[in-house]
Design a protein around this ligand. Structure first.
Ligand code: FAD
Ligand code: NDP
Length: 551
């Protein structure tokens, strides 16, 4: 700790034995080391480490001995937001961020999952697919585009990576401008106030802080089957893949798998989704199935109720030729498909296992490694957690950012505003986007009882789809209302183009406690898709026809 100290080596002192007897009388301890600070007895070796760890030594020395007020572990959505806010509020802050390369060797810069291998590259690739569809539509609008247009994976990848690179740079500059120290090293706790970082050259550094924020996020999981780690990729590799993925099998049926399958198919690849049970677990299943059937009609194959059992390399190359063996979960029938790329999207593991949480005394949920908190505070009072690793949180960027920012304000600006994890809107960027806020119908029924709910719904056809002769009953919207509370809207769901843009505004209304009457008395914007929420009349319980009619 860089403090001046005096050591009495009792075996080298003439009066060592007398001193030892005197110490015994004073402190009840005869053994050495026997540590005193400013006249206060600390104890032996273990006692001294404990006193360092629990802050007693710092207190006795009456010095601000920590290197930082706040050290943030993880420079992703949540970590960066919290660190910048704390620094703006005058605190000395460091952010430690390090990306462990994937089994394929892919790595990336500062900013975490969203910026590098999540929301940002995903949405840009989704846009590439949407543009492909728009090119088809454009002919109906008079554009004489050639029948055969080619898509260049390498051009898209380079453009996306260039944008991601500029964001990485922007984050570094923002940290520097706000005087946040950026430490590019893998970080683990040594004790409750100390961390060790190891940079890519293996150089170790020790830092201390008064408080810590854990925001280490999650990484993709691989199934425990032969060939999985050697031959498959995950979303961590996809967006910078050196070659066009070609014929692709996406394993898993949640957000990541369906979104990637959607844009890869939109770029003209032959894509199959392998579904273990249902699509989009946790989401409204009405909507999930409609997404599935739209994707099926738009060149995505589905193998339902199947799990992979083995992956083999047939021929190495860029792309390689692989074979994925799978088993049907109900019949047990086995089969296999040849393809170029296998994207594992079977879920993500919390990055909490090898960051020394045991040394800091932080408890995790033994089932999923996530960290239980109360208002983002862990069981160790000066250690906090935000983002994907939070038990009972939402694995979404804006949630991590909001929680991080509000936490910094509570810690350093006397704020008492908590992050509100209720009615968090989200969008699945499948070819037809699905926006939702509030409860899925299944959850609403479980919470309120079927008899207390009214569900209003309708198919709709965006005006833009008419001239281009797109199918009529693909887009769908529904709201779920609590009859026992003035028809308060408790679930909002929309499947259609730009669903994310539509949902964001309605999420504000739901936050304000909007009822069906509020929706009805709002004047729509014509001609848009969002306006249909101001005129919804047909209830699901009536069983009436919901196919769209004119304006
Ligand atoms: P992260 O952003 O993951 O940041 C954690 C950082 O900590 C990483 O940089 C990591 O390398 C680093 N780290 C981990 N361990 C250590 C350590 N021991 N030492 C130092 N550094 C460490 N969310 C949305 O809201 N919208 C979307 O459209 C969306 N799309 C997504 C698409 C994909 C393919 C994926 C995978 C996710 C998507 N998400 C989306 C989710 C979103 O990316 C995450 O919710 C968000 O990034 C979580 O932020 P975080 O701060 O918790 O962690
Ligand atoms: P999820 O944990 O949400 O889903 C995992 C999927 O893989 C499920 O369909 C699951 O099936 C399946 N699965 C699990 N194990 C196996 C196995 N051994 N074999 C075959 N299939 C298996 O993970 P994701 O990676 O898709 O998403 C993680 C989180 O990232 C999401 O919760 C979301 O919050 C966030 N995200 C947000 C996005 C957005 O906002 N647009 C986009 C992408 C991600 P089963 O249902 O049978 O368990």
């Amino acid at each position: 700790m860089d403090m001046k100290y005096k050591a009495l080596e009792l075996d080298l002192q003439d009066d060592g034995a007398e001193l030892q007897e005197a110490l015994l009388k004073l402190s009840g301890q005869k053994t050495v080391p026997n540590v005193y600070i400013k006249g206060t007895h600390i104890g032996g070796c273990d006692d001294t480490f404990a006193a360092k760890s629990n802050g007693k030594i710092n207190h006795l020395l009456n010095i601000k001995s920590y290197d930082y007020d706040l050290i943030v572990i993880g420079g992703g959505s949540g970590g960066l937001a919290a660190s910048k806010e704390a620094a703006v509020l005058g605190k000395k802050v460091a952010v430690c961020d390090y990306v462990k390369p994937t089994p394929k060797g892919t790595t990336w810069g500062l900013g975490g999952t969203c910026v590098n291998v999540g929301c940002i590259p995903k949405k840009l690739m989704h846009q590439a697919a949407i543009l492909g569809e728009s090119l088809q539509d454009s002919r109906h609008y008079g554009w004489e585009t050639p029948e055969s247009v080619q898509h260049s994976w390498s051009q898209l990848r380079d453009a996306v990576q260039a944008h991601v690179g500029s964001l990485n740079w922007g984050y570094k500059v923002a940290l520097r401008e706000k005087d946040v120290t950026y430490i590019n090293g893998y970080t683990a706790f040594v004790d409750a106030h100390t961390i060790k970082t190891v940079n890519k050259k293996g150089k170790e550094q020790i830092y201390t802080a008064e408080r810590f924020l854990i925001a280490t996020g999650m990484r993709p999981r691989y199934p425990d089957i032969p060939g999985s780690i050697e031959y498959t990729i995950t979303s961590d590799d996809l967006f910078s893949l050196p070659y066009n993925p070609g014929k692709t099998v996406c394993v898993g049926a949640s957000y990541v798998s369906l979104e990637c399958a959607g844009f890869l198919a939109g770029m003209g690849n032959d894509v199959t989704v392998m579904v273990r049970s249902i699509l989009l677990r946790g989401f409204d299943q009405d909507m999930a199935e409609k997404i599935g059937s739209y994707m099926e009609k738009h060149h995505v194959n589905f193998i339902r109720k199947a799990v992979p059992t083995k992956i083999e390399m047939v021929k190495d190359g860029q792309p390689p030729t692989l074979r994925i063996h799978y088993k049907k979960t109900e019949s047990g029938d086995e089969s296999s498909i040849e393809c170029n790329t296998i994207l594992m999207a079977i879920g993500r593991d919390a990055c909490t296992t090898d960051i020394g949480l045991d040394k800091a005394g932080v408890i995790t949920n033994s089932k999923n490694g996530k960290i239980p908190t109360i208002n983002e505070q862990t069981n160790v009072p000066h250690i906090y957690a935000v983002g994907d690793i939070l038990q009972d949180g939402h694995e979404l960027t804006p949630v991590a950012i909001e929680a991080g920012k509000l936490l910094a304000r509570r810690l350093y600006n006397n704020s008492n505003r908590q992050c509100d994890y209720v009615n968090v809107p989200t969008t699945v960027f499948t070819p037809l986007e699905y926006g939702s806020c509030g409860l899925p119908e299944e959850d609403a029924v479980a919470k309120y009882g079927q008899e207390n709910l009214e569900v209003y719904h309708t198919y709709f056809q965006p005006l833009e789809y008419t001239v281009s002769h797109r199918e009529a009953n693909a887009c769908y919207a529904k709201i779920i209302c609590d009859k026992s509370n003035n028809e308060k809207v408790v679930g909002f769901h929309v499947l259609g183009p730009n669903a994310g843009e539509i949902t964001q505004g309605f999420a504000v209304a739901m936050k304000a406690g909007a009822t069906k009457e509020h929706f009805d008395s709002t004047i729509g914007i014509h001609p848009t898709c969002g306006e249909l929420f101001t005129t919804m009349k047909v209830t699901k319980s009536s069983g009436e026809d919901i196919t769209p009619s004119g304006c």
